[in-house]
Design a protein around this ligand. Structure first.
Ligand code: CP
Length: 308
């Protein structure tokens, strides 16, 4: 089987993505069937930047499949501190593992690593660029809870400039029919030009607004909230000015459509009040669970493993 990596959600065709999501749903419903498919396999998690969900869900995914995990959770605990390049690190880790998930603060670092790797490399988030496995998680959540990935009106709210999950999700959903976006952000945190240009080139209807109010939320199927990405700001003052720009609370939710699901890649800071967690439309903790199933399906797919 040819070596295959995942750098962007667009590395998979729509058909491959749908198959992966089908497999994730089957895993969800038949956990035992998949419990030993990765016996003897090792996943390396190379995280040069902090993570709770992505790293631990990858590790849980491999363990659920019967495999083992190794890795590091910060650049400080690797030989990067001695000056080793990401390519050399990856070449070395290829000798210890069968598949690797890498997070790095620099855009494109997992791609560079994949060029020297002997095993599949998964981009687990590269700077403010892409986060393909979060997008697969989001898509599985939407498809499972809404029953479709087409004909949806999706609001994306918060830091649309640095929020890599937003960029990946827009690119992916833009491939489905009848998708439109409402992009809700302060002027300084609008989506990057390349994301806007890609939507325009495909004639995807989208509007950019600043307020999160009743008018903005009208007709939305999904409201995808994001935190302001503190770690990508050049100065603290700008971050402090922006960080509480949006707060989704009970009062705001009383103005939202009854069928509108709230998603969030997490972690949250202040942008969703804790009082919203019990609202039946709050789907962000279910989303976390779907992240494990989709990563199990991805590991199996990239390793070319099938349950007979
Ligand atoms: N959603 C997400 O990427 O979370 P972590 O940063 O905790 O991995």
């Amino acid at each position: 089987m040819a070596l295959r990596h995942l750098m962007s959600p667009l590395d998979m065709t729509i058909e491959e993505t749908d198959e992966l999501l089908d497999l994730a749903n089957d895993i969800e419903n038949n956990r035992e069937k998949y419990a030993h498919i990765c016996d003897g396999k090792i996943l390396a998690t190379l995280f040069f930047e902090p993570s709770t969900r992505t790293r631990l869900s990858f590790e849980a995914a491999m363990m659920n499949l019967g495999g083992k995990v190794l890795g590091f959770h910060s650049a400080d605990s690797s030989s990067t501190t001695k000056g080793e390049t990401v390519s050399d690190t990856m070449r070395i880790v290829s000798c210890y593992s069968d598949i690797c998930a890498m997070r790095h603060p620099k855009e494109g670092a997992p791609l560079v690593a994949s060029m020297k790797s002997l095993v599949p490399v998964i981009n687990a988030g590269d700077g403010g660029h892409q986060h393909p496995t979060q997008t697969l998680t989001d898509m599985l959540t939407i498809r499972s809870l809404k029953g479709r990935l087409d004909h949806l009106k999706i609001g994306l709210c918060g830091d649309l400039k640095f929020g890599r999950t937003v960029h990946s999700l827009i690119e992916s959903l833009s491939r489905y029919e009848g998708i439109s976006f409402v992009l809700i952000s302060p002027e300084e945190l609008r989506v990057p030009g390349y994301v806007r240009d890609a939507m325009a080139a495909k004639n995807i209807p989208f509007e950019e607004v600043e307020k999160l109010d009743e008018n903005t939320m009208a007709g939305l199927d999904i409201l995808y909230m994001t935190r302001v990405q503190k770690e990508r700001f050049f100065n603290e003052e700008d971050y402090v000015r922006m960080k509480d720009f949006y707060i989704l609370d009970k009062e705001k939710m009383s103005l939202a459509p009854e069928s509108m699901l709230i998603l969030h890649p997490l972690p949250r800071v202040n942008e969703i009040a804790v009082e919203v967690d019990n609202d039946p439309r709050a789907a962000y903790f279910q989303q976390v669970q779907y992240g494990v199933y989709v990563r199990m399906a991805l590991i199996m797919t990239l390793l070319g493993l099938e349950v007979k």
